[in-house]
Design a protein around this ligand. Structure first.
Ligand SMILES: CC(=O)N[C@H]1[C@@H](OP(=O)(O)OP(=O)(O)OC[C@H]2O[C@@H](n3ccc(=O)[nH]c3=O)[C@H](O)[C@@H]2O)O[C@H](CO)[C@@H](O)[C@@H]1O
Ligand SMILES: C=C(OP(=O)(O)O)C(=O)O
Length: 430
């Protein structure tokens, strides 16, 4: 199994190209099930989750082909992938596939909308929490679907004549629920109103792609989305949104090590709350042409309290990385996790590097220490793994990060991107 070896201590200087967002690419790929025409996605990140979803979609009959690199195209540019679901050959998503990638549960909506039925394995919990889907199924019911749970599968059927527009009121903000509601409503008869919709940029990106396919959607990016159903959708060409979590992760790495890095192909409005927090820690942040510049030239890291919240609040997907930064702050910070009940698996591993963190329910109390020291570490999920990389970059000596496959799910060319800014990071294969 691959490992990543990091020798800490060097500041980061240079530029890092930000990839397309995993959490936008996955629902966009799934939306290709809605049309027999070709959906061409540009700026798709090279990630294991993308490859796995290509296989899962292939099981339903989607033909996915990666365009060759065009002459003159920048090396850092993501892939262009064509998805064509001319015919849906299977409306079942089996346990073996759904259990390997949670986002694949969302195929339930386009399969139901286009084929009138779907049978999708329930995803179950994972290392960060329970990950329920009751609200996703509630949304489908609100559009007239009959929903049954049978032998670990959600079995959904549209009424005769197809799904019909309805009123979906989410009792709490759910990103997966909003993706599901959108993909079901676009082909329903009549108007659907989604209330308390998620406002995450990845939801807006999905809505924009659906609009380019011919869907009628208003209000994406606000908490009330109105969808006027259409009878069919076309293909389209759509670039995947920049990854705000990758952006924030590298910004936190620079705030941790010091240095001066420009994050390219990204936008500050995608993560303003996290950038505001970083500025309060003492980092300097400014906009750069087509990106964000982050600097910290010595001086201490100030402690800042954060609470994770749905967008536009501080994202749960940056909580672990921010905790890594706070382990070196001059003072005590409080980090409250409100989205997932168990997203503190990195605490034990950060402690192996010398961090002082105490847990009290959903609150982590981080007492900054002057020095971290390298150690062998291992993480159980994607963002926890990268928080260990950030801590290791500022630690004295060598850290070996095990279970690198978590990182490969969500961070394209991590060691290359950090290496070109002066970090000593290498992948050891086997
Ligand atoms: C609001 C939020 O920050 N969502 C995050 C969540 O999206 P993801 O789509 O995985 O999860 P949701 O947004 O649906 O979940 C938000 C909250 O709603 C609850 N819930 C969800 C669905 C449901 O049917 N029933 C239910 O109770 C969840 O337990 C959670 O507490 O994880 C992703 C991966 O880390 C992040 O990128 C998203 O930013
Ligand atoms: C936890 C994440 O992904 P997933 O929802 O696929 O588990 C993530 O993107 O941080």
């Amino acid at each position: 199994m691959d490992r990543i070896r990091i020798v800490g201590g060097a500041p980061l200087n240079g530029s890092i190209p930000i990839s397309g967002a995993k959490n936008a690419a996955l629902p966009l790929m799934i939306a290709s099930l809605l049309t027999p025409q070709t959906v061409v996605l540009e700026n798709v990140p090279r990630l294991s989750d993308v490859r796995l979803l290509m296989r899962i979609l292939g099981n339903h009959g989607v033909d996915a082909s990666i365009d060759g690199k065009r002459a003159g195209q920048a090396e850092d540019h993501g892939e262009t992938i064509r998805f064509t679901a001319r015919e849906i050959v299977d409306t079942t998503a089996p346990y073996e596939l759904v259990s390997r990638m949670r986002a694949s549960f969302w195929v339930i909506a386009p399969l139901l909308a286009r084929m009138g039925e779907a049978r999708v394995s329930l995803p179950g919990g994972c290392a960060i929490g329970t990950r329920p889907v009751d609200l996703l199924l509630m949304a489908l019911e609100a559009l007239g679907a009959q929903v049954d749970i049978d032998a670990g599968y959600a079995v959904v059927r549209a009424p005769t004549g197809g799904l019909r527009g309805g009123e979906i009121v989410f009792p709490k903000v759910t990103v997966g629920g909003t993706h599901t509601a959108l993909m079901a409503a676009v082909l329903a008869n009549g108007t659907t109103v989604i209330d308390n919709a998620a406002r995450e940029p990845e939801v807006t990106d999905l809505a924009n792609c659906l609009i380019a396919m011919g869907a009628k959607i208003e209000g994406a990016g606000t908490s009330r989305i109105v969808v006027q159903g259409v009878t069919s959708l076309d293909g389209c060409r759509h670039p995947v949104l920049p990854d705000r979590i990758e952006t924030g992760t590298y910004a936190m790495a620079v705030a941790m090590t010091g240095g001066d890095v420009t994050l390219e192909n990204t936008r500050p409005d995608l993560l303003q709350s996290a950038l505001d927090v970083l500025m309060r820690t003492g980092a300097e942040i400014s906009s750069a042409p087509n990106g964000i510049r982050i600097r910290r030239s010595g001086g201490s890291i100030d402690p800042v309290d954060v609470t994770t919240e749905p967008f536009p609040g501080f994202p749960t997907d940056l909580q672990a990385q921010f905790m890594a930064l706070m382990t070196r702050a001059r003072g005590v910070s409080h980090i409250r996790e409100t989205i997932f009940e168990n997203r503190f698996m990195h605490v034990q591993e950060l402690a192996r590097l010398g961090a002082h963190i105490r847990l009290d329910g959903d609150l982590a109390i981080v007492e900054g220490v002057p020095v971290l020291k390298g150690a062998p570490v291992m993480a159980t999920d994607l963002r926890a793994s990268v928080s260990l990389v950030i801590a290791a970059l500022a630690a004295e000596g060598e850290t070996m990060v095990h279970r690198v496959y978590h990182l490969d799910r969500g961070f394209e060319a991590l060691e290359k991107k950090l290496g070109r800014c002066g970090a000593q990071v290498e992948r050891i294969s086997g």
